[in-house]
Design a protein around this ligand. Structure first.
Ligand SMILES: Cc1cc2nc3c(=O)[nH]c(=O)nc-3n(C[C@H](O)[C@H](O)[C@H](O)COP(=O)(O)OP(=O)(O)OC[C@H]3O[C@@H](n4cnc5c(N)ncnc54)[C@H](O)[C@@H]3O)c2cc1C
Length: 371
């Protein structure tokens, strides 16, 4: 029997397993054999919330050191010779189009959290034809998330983590921990269960008496092939963003449809993203995208994810609602959850992320689809 059952093997579940394995726990991950990749595969991998200074401090605490957290995680994975970790982290920086009061707030945020920043117009850093005022955060970057998932799975297998391919239909709490029932009739039991099932998590929490203010939010992206180094940094504007990878690929994202959990890319999405690509980087107007895909974010009504024990279900924990920031926040979220499970002193005050406020805040039901 495993010490911990993790339901959901996206970036959040995998990193929870990583942290628990580091602490000597035997872990089983139960992940749905879906033909569609999870949000953690579909996402862009920018290692910063979009316009980080517009979020509350509790979000910054989960995200501000994501780049160095991933450096350490990948170094550990490399040490047990997983697939090649080279080229997964891109340290080119993050350029953000901003001006006026918003730029002042960005400077104040950067000073407070000791994040290097410099004023830089689009034409100085990114491309000569652009005119926008902006800021460059040279120490921020992005991670190639499909590669990250591969590396983490390989690492965890080598460290003895058991992977089960099954769709969980129910989590039944016991005096401590409980049972996990799969749709195919299999079941598992453990003193500790972690629910990290992305946008599908609310279906598992409902039978536990918890209605969460969570919603699916579909996003589409395009990938173009360019020469390495042509786009030096992630380029973020209010309309969308470009993400350069080390091999020259450039991602353009993203669309956002709240309440939509379909996983197929659409003609309308492609049209919107092609126009965005041409406006952000004119050379892309004459290129055809090499790849177009969609994913479903685990949307959340509030700014920060839910991390902690499920109220009234001793031994059942959850890490949910990472919305647009799951790749940047997952390393810190997973560390916090592992600390709460093992009773260690958490690296940050866990109360803002607690699930105990979830039921009451969810009663506004459908209004959050209109945000
Ligand atoms: C287009 C797009 C762009 C994005 N860009 C960024 C970005 O630049 N930076 C950033 O930080 N974040 C970004 N995100 C958000 C980020 O991808 C998500 O917040 C993050 O991946 C959520 O991770 P997760 O592990 O919670 O969920 P998921 O990745 O969805 O994983 C959930 C897992 O649970 C499994 N599961 C579900 N139900 C069950 C069940 N009943 N039984 C068993 N298993 C189950 C699923 O199969 C899946 O493997 C983006 C997302 C999208 C869609």
């Amino acid at each position: 029997m495993s010490d911990v059952l993790v339901v959901g093997g996206g970036v959040v579940g995998l990193l929870c397993a990583f942290e628990l394995t580091q602490r000597g726990r035997r872990v089983t991950i139960i992940d749905s054999p879906s033909e569609y990749p999870p949000a953690s595969w579909a996402g862009g991998g920018i290692l910063s919330p979009l316009y980080a200074w517009r979020y509350c401090d509790a979000m910054t605490r989960l995200s501000v050191d994501a780049f160095s957290r991933y450096q350490q995680i990948l170094a550990e994975c490399d040490s047990v010779s997983t697939p090649d970790c080279n080229g997964l982290l891109h340290s080119g920086g993050l350029w953000v189009e901003t001006a006026g009061d918003d730029a002042v707030r960005a400077h104040q945020w950067a000073q407070r959290w000791q994040v290097p920043v410099q004023a830089m117009s689009a034409s100085e850093q990114m491309r000569e034809s652009a005119a926008g005022a902006g800021l460059l955060f040279p120490t921020l970057g992005n991670i190639r998330n499909p590669g990250l998932l591969k590396v983490l799975r390989a690492y965890l297998r080598r460290r003895g983590v058991c992977f089960q391919s099954a769709t969980v239909s129910k989590v039944l709490p016991a005096v401590s921990g409980g049972k996990v029932l799969a749709a195919d009739g299999r079941q598992w039991q453990s003193d500790t269960i972690v629910i990290s099932a992305g946008h599908a998590a609310p279906d598992l929490l409902l039978p536990l008496g918890l209605t969460m203010p969570l919603f699916p939010a579909k996003g589409e992206m395009l990938l173009y092939r360019m020469k390495p180094g042509q786009v030096p940094a992630v380029m973020l504007t209010e309309r969308g963003y470009l993400i350069p990878r080390q091999d020259g690929s450039v991602l353009v994202g993203s669309t956002l449809r709240k309440g939509d959990r379909t996983t197929y890319p659409t003609v309308a999405g492609r049209y919107q993203l092609e126009r965005l690509a041409a406006s952000l980087w004119p050379e892309l107007a004459s290129c055809s995208p090499a790849f177009h895909w969609a994913g479903v974010r685990p949307g959340c009504e509030r700014d920060i994810p839910f991390i902690g024990q499920v109220p009234g279900a001793k031994g059942v924990f959850a890490a949910l609602g990472h919305y647009r920031n799951g790749l940047v926040a997952a390393p810190a979220s997973a560390e916090l959850l592992a600390q709460l499970i093992t009773g260690e002193l958490p690296f940050t005050d866990p109360r803002p992320y607690s699930l105990s406020s979830a039921s009451s805040s969810s009663r506004s039901s459908s209004s959050f689809f209109n945000r």
